[in-house]
Design a binder for this molecule. Structure first.
Ligand code: MN
Length: 217
């Protein structure tokens, strides 16, 4: 049997040192830093999971301002990239872009977050670096600057669930597979992006992402 139309191309993220990482699914953790949960008005509790489609990934840093929102927010996050047998292949930094106005309205009505979280171009990500090159995560610092001004900064030891705990918890609900990416949550300091903004995210000098928000299409 042949496809009735051309299959969409696989989503791939470059790996430092060569090769590409084929993306299968994107899992996201919400409320994984106490200071961010607090700024969102959430009561202390366990982190939550949601997902984005694989083709929300942006690898060239070019992010069009999202449609249907007046409040597009940045959330800088450590991203875990899973290899065969759901082992940690590597890490990247990414932005969990959020239509905050739509997410807030959905929360108030007890409705799903998809329009606020799982939209096109909502997951810009930097190159993936092998776990052995990144080493111990706890002492490392995640940060985001917009137009050269720092907006978010946290050591990774501030995560409520660390990476092994996230993977253990996710595994209760899904059979994790090679190609899965996990956005591990954001620290405090989330705020609005504007068309023309330039963003630069890093994990110390190990992981890097930079790019620009374009005018709406
Ligand atoms: Mn997030």
């Amino acid at each position: 049997m042949t496809d009735v139309f051309a299959a969409p191309p696989a989503v791939r993220v470059p790996v430092r040192g060569g090769g590409t990482f084929p993306v299968r699914r994107i899992f996201c953790v919400g409320r994984n830093y106490a200071d961010h949960a607090k700024e969102m008005g959430a009561a202390p509790g366990d982190p939550v999971f949601f997902t984005k489609p694989a083709d929300a990934i942006v690898v060239d840093g070019v992010v069009p301002y999202a449609s249907a929102t007046q409040d597009l927010h940045h959330e800088v996050e450590l991203v875990v990239a899973l290899g065969p047998d759901a082992t940690v292949f590597g890490y990247a930094v990414g932005l969990d872009l959020t239509r905050r106005d739509l997410q807030t309205a959905a929360k108030q009505k007890g409705l799903p977050w998809d329009t606020g979280k799982a939209f096109d171009h909502s997951a810009p990500i930097g190159e993936i670096v092998r776990a052995s090159e990144v080493g111990d995560l706890g002492p490392r610092t995640l940060s985001l600057a917009i137009n050269g001004e720092e907006r978010q900064r946290s050591k990774l030891d501030q995560m409520i669930w660390d990476v092994p705990a996230i993977l253990a918890s996710l595994s209760k609900f899904w059979e994790l597979k090679a190609g899965d990416l996990v956005f591990t949550g954001t620290p405090a300091g989330v705020a609005a992006l504007q068309p023309g903004d330039r963003f630069e995210a890093r994990l110390d000098d190990v992981l890097h992402l930079q790019g620009e928000v374009l005018p709406p299409v």
